[in-house]
Design a protein around this ligand. Structure first.
Ligand SMILES: NC(=O)C1=CN([C@@H]2O[C@H](COP(=O)(O)OP(=O)(O)OC[C@H]3O[C@@H](n4cnc5c(N)ncnc54)[C@H](OP(=O)(O)O)[C@@H]3O)[C@@H](O)[C@H]2O)C=CC1
Ligand SMILES: O=C(O)C1=N[C@H](C(=O)O)C[C@H](O)C1
Length: 269
């Protein structure tokens, strides 16, 4: 399966190029960066620290999209919307790891998924997706009265969006377990005299620093006892392997909008 990596010079772009080189059944067929990037014209294998692979980084996406079966996209929300249109025109697989997307963006992705096979997740790792299933079960099993749910995350100092896509995914799993709408019940900022915690809310706390790849905990705090469900990522290859697995899976699906739970067979829909 020929795959393009967009955002090829980024942290995830380079990890994806490594993973593609190590995975049977896929090959790197294009490497795209934004116009003006210092990476343009460079060999993508050298950028990723693999040695030359002959795939030169370009900003001319259209001809590359026309000759591949899938695109792996960990970039920015606006770039992802542009790539979604190209993937829909080419009717290929579009695996989206980009986080920080708003509701209006989601509507455009759903429109693109009439033609493309989109797999999108705030976290492509097996571990986090399994954790989300456990969080949903725990939230369903525990009465909301007397049990408070808080989602805590920490990432490296370069991360630009908050809460993380994973924190929102885990918050959504908790909300589904409780049968409530996350948007109506989430508390993303606390500062000053906030008053007592609102019963039934789902709180988020964000830490940033150093080179932390990604750490998430869902804390379920009751009277006299606390449950913590946690995941620690120590290597970006877990996300890259998930993205390649998603592409191979989506190749055999109808056009549509899928999640990593669908890819991993953990979805109950
Ligand atoms: N779902 C998941 O499992 C994971 C999701 N992520 C998410 O992936 C995204 C990227 O993360 P990360 O790799 O750390 O970030 P980086 O900033 O390291 O990489 C993003 C890359 O995309 C490039 N880019 C920006 N605009 C365009 C464009 N129009 N066309 C092509 N390339 C473009 C950037 O170029 P430049 O820097 O020159 O602007 C950069 O090289 C984030 O949203 C992050 O949260 C990250 C890890 C796992
Ligand atoms: O920006 C990152 O690095 C990560 N982003 C994703 C997120 O927002 O949750 C996934 C992972 O935690 C790393």
């Amino acid at each position: 399966m020929g795959l393009i990596v967009v955002g090829a010079a980024g942290r995830m772009g380079r990890s994806l190029i490594h993973t593609i080189a190590e995975t049977e059944g896929v090959h790197l067929a294009g490497a795209i960066e934004r116009p003006g990037s210092d990476a343009l014209g460079k060999d993508s294998g050298e950028l990723a620290g693999l040695g030359a692979n002959g795939v030169i980084v370009t900003d001319d996406a259209l001809p590359v999209f026309a000759k591949v079966e899938g695109v792996l996209d960990f970039t920015t929300p606006s770039a992802t919307l542009d790539f979604a249109e190209l993937a829909a025109q080419a009717r290929i697989v579009h695996v989206i790891g980009t986080t920080g997307m708003q509701d209006a963006h989601e509507a455009r992705l759903h429109a693109a998924s009439r033609h493309a096979r989109i797999v999108k997740s705030g976290n492509m790792s097996l571990g986090v997706n399994l954790l989300s299933v456990l969080v949903r079960q725990a939230a369903r099993a525990l009465e909301d009265r007397g049990w408070d749910i808080e989602v805590l995350e920490m990432h490296h100092r370069h991360k630009v969006d908050a809460p993380s896509g994973t924190a929102l995914l885990l918050g959504q799993a908790a909300a589904e377990g409780r049968g409530i709408d996350l948007a109506q019940h989430s508390v993303k900022v606390r500062d000053g005299h906030t008053g007592a915690r609102e019963e039934g809310s789902i709180g988020f706390a964000t830490l940033r620093g150093g080179s932390v790849v990604g750490e998430h905990s869902v804390v379920i705090a009751g009277e006299g006892e606390t449950i913590e469900l946690s995941h620690k990522a120590t290597d970006r290859s877990i996300f890259a392997r998930g993205a390649v697995r998603a592409a191979l899976w989506a190749r055999h699906q109808k056009p549509g909008y899928y999640s990593m739970l669908d890819v991993l067979g953990l979805s109950d829909r």
